[in-house]
Every structure is written in C-alpha cells, then in structure tokens.
Design a protein around this ligand. Structure first.
Ligand code: FES
Length: 157
C-alpha cells in the first residue's frame, strides 16, 4: 500500500530540501522525518522516500541498513541500545544487557508485550571514555551502573 506524508510533514520535507544544495544530501534528515512520521521505515515507506528523493530504492535501502538508528521493523516506544563494542564490553556492557533482559523479560532484539521497550545491542556509540554506554531513543546514558539502569527504567515505566 502506498504511503504519503501528511500535509505538515510534506511542508517540513520541502523545508529540509531547501537547506541542501543537492537533493541527495538531504537523505538522512528526510529518513529521520519519515521514521518520525511512520514509526517504521517499511519497504513502502522507503519506496516513497526513494521516489521523493529521485533515488534508486537500493540506494535508500543501503543507507538505512548502514545506520542503526533507522528502524525497519516495529519497535517499542523506547528503543534501548546498549553498546557492546570493546570499551563498553570491558566495562560491564554484558551485565547491563543481562540486567535489562531479566528486568523486562525480553531477549535482545525483542519488544515487551506492551510495546513499550525494545532492547538492542549496537556497535560503538562514540563515547568510549564513558563506557558502558546506553542510548534510549535520542538520549545517551553514560558510565552506566545497574542501579542507574533501574532508575532510568523506573522513570520510563
Ligand atoms: S565502545 Fe561503547 S561507546 Fe565506544
């Protein structure tokens, strides 16, 4: 089924395009806009974006698959990404992941039945000196302890 931006988002799309000298340079912000509008970057949404951006679908899919912040399937309201790259791994990322799994009763890659939380592992979040690092939606949480994980999840539940 074809998808379409709402009128306000269509205006935002045009405003984003006006900020870039070349249409393709606006692809990342347009994908963020599409994700905000539709929640998930499904094949139908990516076809819509490719059409709007005059790009091959394969190019758009390639970009989406490169960045972990783009969701190509349903996720919860809060997407928890725990870095498991070297610095974080050496500073307790695995314990953080296990703690969240036990607390939310889900495995990595799963979403809670109430669609509130999705737990994901990710590669380096670029803040290795404050490992272990966790990201929930757009916000970073650094130097994580298990107590802090609980406090954060408490505040979101
Ligand atoms: S290794 Fe985790 S933020 Fe870089």
């Amino acid at each position: 089924m074809a998808v379409k931006f709402s009128a306000p988002v269509e205006r935002e799309f045009k405003e984003i395009l006006s900020r870039y000298p070349h249409k393709e340079a606006a692809l990342l912000p347009v994908l963020h806009l599409a994700q905000r509008e539709f929640g998930v970057l499904s094949d139908e949404v990516l076809e819509q974006v490719a059409g709007l951006m005059d790009l091959p679908l394969s190019r758009v899919k390639g970009v989406v698959s490169f960045y972990t912040l783009f969701n190509t399937r349903e996720v919860g309201r809060y997407v928890i990404r725990v870095c498991h790259t070297l610095s974080c791994a050496l500073n307790g990322a695995e314990q953080v992941i296990e703690h969240i799994k036990n607390r939310l009763h889900i495995e990595v890659g799963e979403t809670t039945p109430d669609k509130k939380f999705t737990l994901l592992e990710c590669e380096c979040l670029g803040s290795c000196n404050t490992a272990p690092v966790m990201q929930i939606n757009d916000r970073y949480y650094e130097n994580m302890t298990l107590e802090q994980v609980d406090q954060i999840l408490d505040s979101l539940e």
